[in-house]
Ligand binder design. Sequence first.
Ligand SMILES: [Zn+2]
Length: 449
Amino acid sequence: MCLLAALFTSPVVADEETGVTAFVNVNVVRPETNSIDESRTVIVTGTKITRIGAANKVSVPSDALVVEGEGRYLLPGLAEMHAHVPPAKLGREYAEDILFLWVTNGITTIRNMSGEPSHLELREQIASRQILGPRMYTSGPRFMGRRIKTPEEAGGIVDEQVAAGYDFLKVHMGLTRVAYDGVVAAAERHDIPVAGHVAPDIGLWRALEARQATIDHLDSYLRALVSDAADVSDLEDGLLGAPYTPHVDESKIAVVARATRDAGTWNAPTLTLAENFVGPYDESRPLTGAEYMPPKIVRSWVGLATVYQKSITDPEDAQRFLSYRKRLVKALHDEDAGLLLGSDAPQVFNVPGFSLHNELDLMVEAGLTRAEALTTGTLNPAVFFDAEDTFGRVKEGLDADLVLVAENPLQDHATLRNPSGVMLRGFWMTSEELQTGLELIAARYVTGD
Ligand SMILES: [Zn+2]
């Protein structure tokens, strides 16, 4: 049964134009300015925020659905900037479950990194509110491997993806320099962004020269930090460049950060991905939400992480690898290179939605303030997509993508893990409704298959 139908008796489209919701007496959170506007009333009409004012000044329309804020905090919905919407071959129900896991965690926008034709359809169904899901930007099918032999061939595929309506091009590992250059040239012709991995044949400097829109996972950065004196010609990239750790020249961290800023390239570091591979898992890094994933997938994650952890010969080096990744994030931040919140989910213990909270914590461990870390998932994605007039802040005229939480998230991110409710473009879901949806998903997997 469709999760949405099971959950909600009224369709998502009810009163889309005229329905009014009033959040009365809430503290409006502005991560982008590290500030709180206390005791506000926020009026939502249809899908948009239409009025924000002092709680004692704004009158609430008599037909409004009233959400009593009681001093709780209202912040903009979050964006997961490295998401993987499941492919059609894994079934429609699973894809809709994953979309719901994002929503329950306050995620109202996703950037889908491995698009396929079925995702174009999902993107439209979400936009037209036939199904419940975060606003989706999607790449086309990934450019990967050594199959593409000439720039013309690469350009032909780019033409097809642009014609199909994908939002950006995803470059993946194993891409040859010839293929990459072909993709980049064709992308320039179409003015469509290129984003994703940086294959060893490309390297950081070529990716920056090509003004790649995003580099994900801090791909190729460790390799670029290798000291000029070291000979690493026989090393392979391994896990995100981990084998280069002993050869890093720390003075290069600021250099690559500045070059990244100058190129205008953004980073979605997915810190949690490397942390999950290296482990260990404890209370400081909870692997929450596994009960909402198919056990088969969780078992495959355990397998991948176990294999990697067995390959670690020097645990201190593994920790140094993780700390270089955080220092890179801090340096990128300090040099004003753009950062985007992304965890890479579902992937190795990154349960969609839940994993983004871990990524937020890691951004803070890297040295960002809580407000700065939150901004990488609120305003920054809107700036990145040139959609500041659509989402990213609690502001009149913007889409009503909102999360209501009990505590001040600028003081403690943990409150974001248990929202009192989530509003998705004007559609309000209480924590009870979200919980019911989660229970329905968990019930699919209790048999252990
Ligand atoms: Zn990915």
